[in-house]
Every structure is written in structure tokens, then in C-alpha cells.
Design a protein around this ligand. Sequence first.
Ligand code: UDP
Ligand code: MG
Length: 314
Amino acid sequence: MDLSIVVPVYNEEENIHGIHREVSAALDGSGIHFELIFVDDGSTDGSFRKLREIAASDDRVKVIRFRRNFGQTAAMAAGFDAASGRVVIPMDGDLQNDPADIPRLLSKIDEGYDVVSGWRRDRKDAFLNRILPSILANRFISGMTGIRLHDYGCTLKAYRREVLDGINLYGEMHRFVPALVSQVGARVTELAVNHRPRLHGKSKYGIFRTLRVILDLLTVKFLLSYSTRPIQLFGRLGVYTLAASFLSGAATIYMKFFQNTSMNRNPLLLLTALLLFMGVQCIVLGLLGELNARTYYEAQGKPIYVVKEKINLG
Ligand code: UDP
Ligand code: MG
């Protein structure tokens, strides 16, 4: 199998036939051997009926149906797990992504990249509550993760199968896959892709998505930088806080003996106590984190490194 196309579907009944038609039009006759995996994320409209129809008429179409709505990331993860293609391409189920871009993504992969990320250069969504927050979020994410992409949020991307193995997705994390896989040494690039307005069905997201993305970014940043050494983050914070507590305590004592400020009238005493507690807590959190990291890596037999090739080794 050359290619697995993964489509998350949540109440998209009017778009399903169109996706099947456009994907077939883009790939039939290209000689590319592909499967089209739809993941029905607990739709409450007629989406599943439509999916069953096309799966009955075309055995390249595969369908996974969730028991309830688990969210777009979960739907994509289920599709990735089921995918058997050498390359995996996720795509939105609302026809906003253009299947005609698939061959272009594939040729980028053939140039040797492990991940090709779509960039909706001319995005057809509401400006104020979708495009503007997205521009800011993309800058921020690029800065934090060090992987500079214009459009993390574009679902249309292409992955070489191997880089997805071992990547576990949670929350809203599907957009961070390029950053996560770059950690295991994947080569990432981007490609401008077509974007179209949504003609049928409703968008499932609004402005509040930005908040969810920022919170997930925090997790990703932590995982990228400190997952094997949490004490380096919490311990440092703890040491700084303890140092501040010490300074504040010394100032309190100095003011008592040399400036006659009574200790119980001095707000710095409270600050000293507060910083002392915070410092100790941070260090203890760091130690707990270290224990957790050991459980995580050792219980699962996960190495903390990624090997590319070996010579003269079994
Ligand atoms: N989707 C999903 N589960 C959800 C929400 C969305 O599978 O809980 C799918 C949805 O059907 C669509 C894709 O995720 O195929 C992107 O959703 P949408 O088009 O609403 O997002 P937008 O393009 O507005 O960012
Ligand atoms: Mg959409």
C-alpha cells in the first residue's frame, strides 16, 4: 500500500460523497495504490449511513465508527493506527482541503522529507475569530517549539509512516505532530495548499479553540524540553525561589536590627515564608517528576534516544 488517507468525520453527511469523488478523481490513473480511511467520530446525522454506502461500493474505503464523539485528535489517531500505507495523509472531512493537492504532497515526500505540512496560504475562514488568532498562535508555536511553520492547524499534511509510530496523541495535539516528530529527528517542510470555504455543514470550532491550543502547547513544550529531566525545570525554579526567600528573610532581619522595623509589621516576612514554601514545593515536584520519568521510560522499555542507523551491530 502506497498511501493511507485519513479523514475525521463529525456530522459531515453532505460532504462524504464529495470527498470520495474528489479523492478518486485526484488519484485514479496515477498508479498510486491507496486506501481512504474515514473515522466517524460519533456523528449524530446520516454520516455513517453515507460511509457504509460508499464502503459497499468501493473496497478501498475503510470506516471506523466511534461509540461517541471523542474529538478530532482521537479520530485522527484511530485512523493513523489503522493505516497501512507507506505515507499517511490526514485531511478534513468538510472539503475545505483539496484532494488535488495530494500528489504534490507525495512528491515532496519523495524528495526525502518525513513530514510535509500543508499551509493554507489563502485561508477561507472568518478573519477575526479564526485567521487572526491562528496567525498569532502559529508565530508563538514556531517560537516555542523551534519548528517554524506558517500553519500548524492545517489538517492536510503528509507523514512517512515510520515517524508516526511511537507518537501518542492527546487533547488537541494533532496539530503538534510536526513538532513532536522533529524531536525524533524527522525532516519537516511545508507546502502551500489550496483552501476552500465550507459549503456544507458547520464548523465545529470557534475562538475558544485558541485557548485549548495554547494549553496543549505548554504540554508539548514541556515534553520536548524536559520529559527526560523534569528536575532541571522545577529544580531551577525552586532554587531561584529559595534564593529570593533567603534575600527577603535577610532583609527582614536587617530591617529589624538596624532600622527598627518590627518583624510582624513587615510584609517581607510573609513573602519570605511564601517563597520558602514555593521553593521547597518546586524541588519536590521536580523529584516526583524524575520518578515519573523513570516509570515512563523504564516500565515501557522506551529508550531516551532515537537511533537512525547501526553498523556491525545486530
Ligand atoms: N471533527 C471531528 N470531531 C470533532 C470535531 C471535528 O472529527 O469533535 C472533524 C470535522 O468533521 C472535520 C475536521 O474535524 O472533518 C475539522 O473540523 P472543522 O472543519 O469543524 O474545523 P475548522 O476547519 O473550522 O477548523
Ligand atoms: Mg473545516
